[in-house]
Design a protein around this ligand. Structure first.
Ligand SMILES: Cc1cc2nc3c(=O)[nH]c(=O)nc-3n(C[C@H](O)[C@H](O)[C@H](O)COP(=O)(O)OP(=O)(O)OC[C@H]3O[C@@H](n4cnc5c(N)ncnc54)[C@H](O)[C@@H]3O)c2cc1C
Length: 405
């Protein structure tokens, strides 16, 4: 009685927005991405080509960029935002600039986030926005603080500038009632990010969960951390927003632990990550309205689990404290079917100059390589939908011929 079966396999709904030509193009792209050696080759050649200034951005723009990004600018991305909104899917616009290091770059990113917040005001098509701390602060600074290194005067000044940027963003977010997710990154800078995010949540989340943190459940310590976060927010009486993800830096985390000869912070296997993700879902749901939850996942079992837990706990489908979210270009079967059922669903929609979103695109390509000789999840869905369309076409042709004869 406490379950609500979702039909996530309805590929017709999932690919409603794609005609046959588009579907064919996407098929070939995911087919290519299914080969680990091709993805590795593509990643290296692309970085090299951009480094020596070969004109390959046109090719990238028409292929992987078009699949996973909204456009090069905020204005350009509005086409995708409107298209998703027609299906009751919100967009989390992500100004996806990574690996920049100058103060001018950080200021530019801050200004862009403020533009998104203003555009999102009262706009159902853009219910949230997000930021990466490394988009507005120097990586080495975050790392030094994480290690508890004593900071020099220059670094103190940098920290003040970072808090200045964050306070400007958060004030604008409060004024326009647009929550901001703070993304999670590598564990060796995440301690700093967590510390800063907690300060911001306490300061700005008095009436609404404006600042929202991200927990990567592939980390062994995150269930304990979630309990501590909730306890602190309850004692000090503020709200918290939690985006749950499994985590995007698995290889890098394990490699670093190996290089340094330290224990890995990552769960011992995938099943442990899956279990922690679902456990965290239940903890969050049990603390609504103190906690607002966003489940950032493409995992069908976890999606179904969250749906069942909502039913069990008597939480309405459209409760504003529960969001589902997938990355743009991935798992449309989950997004479109959840939206059709009336749940709150969004797509993370990155945008930015082609060269700057490359690290993001490479992560997505790696995520879509085949596992143990099987087709990737995306490719399997596309193949299924192409077969369904072919069968439908044949049936319609036969019916027409019967009618003529
Ligand atoms: C809306 C949204 C926001 C996101 N924001 C962030 C963010 O802020 N920070 C971030 O890091 N990522 C973020 N991601 C990316 C996310 O971490 C990956 O998309 C996610 O890990 C893919 O997992 P899944 O939940 O879709 O499920 P699945 O595809 O079932 O799981 C794959 C994941 O399981 C974990 N895993 C795989 N093998 C093992 C193993 N042997 N041991 C332990 N764990 C394993 C890894 O995390 C892997 O990525 C976001 C994703 C979405 C949809």
């Amino acid at each position: 009685l406490n379950t609500r079966k979702l039909s996530l396999n309805n590929t017709q709904k999932a690919f409603l927005a794609k005609d046959n030509t588009e579907l064919k193009k996407v098929y070939w792209m995911f087919w290519l991405m299914g080969h680990t050696f091709l993805v590795r080759l593509f990643s290296r050649l692309t970085l090299l080509a951009l480094h020596i200034k070969l004109p390959i951005t046109g090719l990238i723009r028409k292929t992987v960029f078009k699949q996973f990004c909204g456009g090069e600018t905020l204005d350009e991305s509005q086409v995708v935002v409107s298209k998703l909104n027609k299906f009751h899917i919100g967009s989390i616009l992500d100004y996806s600039i990574e690996g920049k290091g100058s103060c001018a770059d950080f200021e530019r990113t801050k200004n862009e986030i403020i533009r998104i917040i203003k555009l999102a005001k009262g706009n159902k098509a853009i219910p949230y926005t997000c930021l990466k701390m490394t988009g507005i602060a120097r990586y080495a600074l975050l790392e030094a603080l994480n290690n508890g290194k004593e900071v020099c005067n220059e670094e103190k000044q940098e920290m003040e500038e970072l808090y200045g940027r964050l306070n400007t963003i958060c004030c604008e977010a409060v004024k326009n009632e647009v929550p901001v997710y703070i993304d999670a990154e590598e564990s060796w800078i995440q301690g700093t990010i967590d510390g800063i995010t907690e300060v911001l949540m306490e300061k700005y989340n008095t009436k609404m969960a404006i600042v929202q943190t991200t927990l990567q459940m592939y980390r062994k310590d995150r269930i304990d951390y979630l309990h501590k976060l909730i306890q602190k927010a309850t004692t000090r009486n503020y709200l918290i927003g939690v985006k749950l993800v499994r985590g995007a830096y698995l290889e890098r985390e394990n490699q670093r632990a190996l290089d340094l000869g330290i224990g890995s912070p990552i769960q011992t296997n995938k099943a442990a990550t899956d279990q922690a993700f679902d456990e965290a879902v239940t903890i969050c749901l049990n603390h609504i309205p103190r906690v607002t939850l966003c489940a950032g996942t493409h995992n069908e079992a976890s999606t179904q689990y969250l749906v069942n837990e909502m039913k069990r706990l008597g939480i309405e489908k459209e409760d504003p404290h529960v969001y589902f979210s997938q990355l743009y270009g991935m798992s449309d079967n989950i997004t479109y079917n959840l939206a059709a059922e009336g749940y709150n669903v969004t797509k993370y929609l990155p945008y930015g100059p082609v060269g700057s979103v490359l690290p993001y695109l490479i992560r997505r390509a790696n995520e879509n390589t085949a596992i143990a000789g099987q087709m990737s999840r995306e490719l399997e869905l596309i193949v299924k939908e192409r077969k369904r369309r072919e069968t439908q076409y044949l049936l319609e042709t036969v019916e027409t011929e019967d009618f003529i004869h």
